[in-house]
Write a new protein. Structure first.
Length: 322
């Protein structure tokens, strides 16, 4: 079962340094206690951004703390094994892929994004906007520019388009790009998917200092599922414990979202960042070996939740705000 725990202080001072890097996460503490077999550890989650692995010797302290302190409200499903989607849909994301093909004009698209679109969106209060290209480590051989547009309300997708049409500065800066003839387009096609944020990562977040690191790399992953209900179960897996394992392995989410419109439904997509390429490889190596992942991945209801994974290893454009 899953039991609410009222305060991180029951962990002891020796664990507080590990909690500090996620201190601004929402406050909803959850403890997973051995419902999935003989745990070698306990997971303590905060909404569930943080966790501390503790030996069984600490169990009595946790139980006592749970009895003595008034726990925060936590919602569960009917079987009391999963956190509900409270907090989901706080943001929406358009993931836009400018497929350049063999004849695309990357410089023209870059100029449009950097000098016209992103400044105009900034005037509308929309951002941060991410812009990326495949890195040398990417194996997809897709010549494309990936753009992430965050919206605080679904209606902003339409009002933003209207605002661009009425923005004289945008129209002037985008004139060359928008004025291309039918036989000289700057790209082959634009692919787009619309996402709604999920409960465990309700808003896009750019870590402090990330943009100053010129060696940083990213992964954009799209997880397809066989049916809508199975896709919901995969998102529940993230909400119930996968993200804290990410964080413990220095896999840092920027955004996570459920697909509400796109070509690969049902699915979810997320973007993660890394200090450099070597750190990316090391993080995923640590993830697959992590003891808590070994526990989570064998939970029967999570078996077969992902039928296909599309993974893109990306590097930021100089003008990217992510």
């Amino acid at each position: 079962m899953m039991c609410p725990v009222a305060d991180a202080r029951v962990c002891g001072d020796r664990h507080l340094s590990r909690l500090g890097r996620y201190a601004d996460a929402p406050s909803r503490w959850i403890m997973l206690v051995g419902s999935m077999g003989p745990y070698r550890s306990i997971l303590l989650l905060e909404s569930p951004f943080m966790f501390v692995r503790l030996g069984w010797s600490m169990l009595a302290s946790f139980v006592l703390a749970g009895l003595l302190m008034t726990p925060p409200t936590v919602s569960y499903g009917e079987d009391e094994t999963s956190v509900t989607d409270d907090g989901a849909g706080t943001q929406f994301y358009e993931v836009r892929t400018y497929v350049l093909g063999e004849d695309g004009d990357a410089e023209a698209v870059d100029a449009y994004l950097q000098d016209a679109l992103i400044p105009a969106l900034q005037r509308q209060g929309i951002g941060p906007v991410g812009a990326f290209a495949p890195s040398a480590s990417d194996t997809n051989k897709l010549n494309a520019i990936f753009v992430v547009l965050p919206f605080d309300q679904l209606g902003q997708l339409e009002t933003s388009r209207q605002a661009l049409a009425n923005d004289a500065a945008y129209q002037a800066a985008a004139a060359e790009y928008l004025g291309r003839s039918h036989d000289n387009p700057p790209y082959q096609r634009i692919h787009s998917e619309l996402l709604s944020s999920i409960a465990c990562w309700p808003k896009a977040k750019v870590p402090a200092g990330l943009l100053s690191n010129s060696d940083r790399v990213y992964e954009l992953r799209l997880y397809e599922s066989a049916t809508e209900r199975i896709a919901d179960t995969k998102i529940e897996m993230f909400n119930s414990g996968e993200v804290p394992i990410f964080l413990d392995c220095d896999i840092t989410p920027i955004f996570m979202g459920r697909c509400v419109a796109g070509a690969h439904m049902p699915s979810m997509t997320y973007l993660t960042s890394y200090e450099n390429e070597a750190a990316r490889l090391a993080s995923w190596k640590a993830f697959v070996k992590h003891p808590d992942w070994k526990v989570l991945k064998v939970v029967p209801k999570y078996d077969g939740t992902v039928s296909r994974i599309d993974k893109f290893v990306l590097q930021p454009k100089p003008y990217s705000q992510m």
